[in-house]
Design a protein around this ligand. Structure first.
Ligand code: ATP
Length: 345
């Protein structure tokens, strides 16, 4: 298969398993985000793909070539790390041209390629500037240009945007995605920011405890999380216990949700209901009754926190749908059955 294949990759540090039998097929040109909480093994997996860490078992294949035992510098990869590792005493152009120089590319060709790369990352004419004088976003672009100088077959980035402030980070996410699409380069980014993953990725790989918990397109991860861990990790959600009663009805917080069915043989699980799918109504039949504890008006959205039986349910509405409630009000909470995703607890 053209692209990247991880076949049963594990990494042991002593008796500790940092990456646990990971299998993943990444078609050529795909943008992958490795996502998960701190310590789940994202960086270790990326470092194994990069050749900076040796897998304890398993094979890594790029474009049908088994590279597991190939040293880093012969894998033809572009890498950007959080620290960027730019040379502070060199100019922007010299930084970008560095890999070309090391490879012995002719001077003229170096200059031409550097200009091309500067244009590509929206820094035309900046070749002579000292990197020390650049803003965070500009430095980021220089690091990206340098990593792409040798037209690598795989582009690997570890938390590349985490040092930037929120606004710049969002802008760079879009920029990075557009650049990747233009180049059609297979790209793997480690992040713990789910919004970043949703913005950039074709394929989000959610990891937990060294294992892949779900690998799917972002919207599928959001709409059909494989389990409670994934549902809780991607976006805001309400995770509520569900069980079937003697009559076979699905009960959430002691309220029957007509139309909701648990898989055969399952009598107890959780449902994930996204806040934007939760409806508030007058208290009454068919709804869970609760008390509004807090209303957060964020301008573009309004979040209403409703407490019921020791659980807080969050409903999100747009200003146009604004629920007419304030803290202290009794409300009904309606969970549309089609929005209730049953997940393993
Ligand atoms: P973060 O987002 O915090 O960087 P991560 O998901 O990238 O986390 P890793 O850096 O891959 O996690 O680490 C996974 C686990 O492996 C952690 O528990 C870490 O302490 C452990 N680990 C990583 N490198 C080593 C090492 N060289 N020796 C021992 N343990 C290690």
């Amino acid at each position: 298969m053209s692209g990247l294949s991880l076949n049963d990759i594990s990494k042991q540090f002593g008796s500790f398993t940092a990456v646990d039998r990971v299998n993943l097929s990444v078609p050529h040109g795909t943008f992958v985000c490795l996502l998960g909480p701190s310590g789940c093994g994202k960086t270790t997996l990326l470092r194994m793909i990069a050749g900076l860490e040796e897998p304890s078992s398993g094979r890594i294949v790029i474009d049908d070539e088994d590279i597991t035992d190939v040293p880093t510098h012969k894998r033809n990869l572009g890498m950007v790390f959080q620290s960027l590792a730019l040379f502070p005493h060199l100019s922007v152009g010299e930084n970008i041209a560095y890999p070309l120089r090391i490879r012995g590319v002719a001077r003229e060709e170096q200059a031409k390629r550097t200009q091309e790369l500067l244009r590509m990352v929206h820094l035309p004419g900046s070749g002579d500037r000292p990197v020390a004088k650049l803003s965070g976003g500009q430095r980021q672009r220089v690091a990206i240009a340098r990593a792409l100088a040798l037209s690598p077959r795989l582009f690997l980035l570890d938390e590349p945007l985490s040092a930037l402030d929120a606004k710049l980070r969002e802008a760079m996410q879009v920029e990075l995605r557009q650049l990747q699409q233009r180049l059609g380069i297979t790209t793997i980014v480690v992040t713990h920011d789910q919004r970043e993953a949703m913005t950039m990725a074709d394929l989000v790989v959610v990891m937990g405890d060294g294992k892949i918990r779900q690998a799917a397109p972002p919207i599928e991860i959001y709409r059909k999380p494989a389990d409670a861990f994934v549902a809780g990790f991607i976006g805001m959600t309400n995770l509520l216990p569900v069980e079937t009663d003697r009559a076979g009805r699905a009960m959430v917080l002691d309220t029957a949700i007509p139309g909701l069915r648990l898989p055969d043989g399952v009598t107890r699980a959780s449902v994930s209901v996204r806040p934007e799918d939760v409806r508030l109504s007058a208290p009454g039949a068919g709804s869970i009754t609760g008390k509004v504890t807090f209303v957060r008006d964020l301008g573009g959205t309004i979040e209403t926190f409703v407490e019921t039986a020791g659980t807080t349910i969050i409903a999100v509405a747009t200003p146009r749908e604004r629920p007419d409630v304030t803290a202290g009000a009794e409300v009904g909470v309606v969970l549309p059955p089609e929005s209730c995703v049953v997940v393993r607890s």
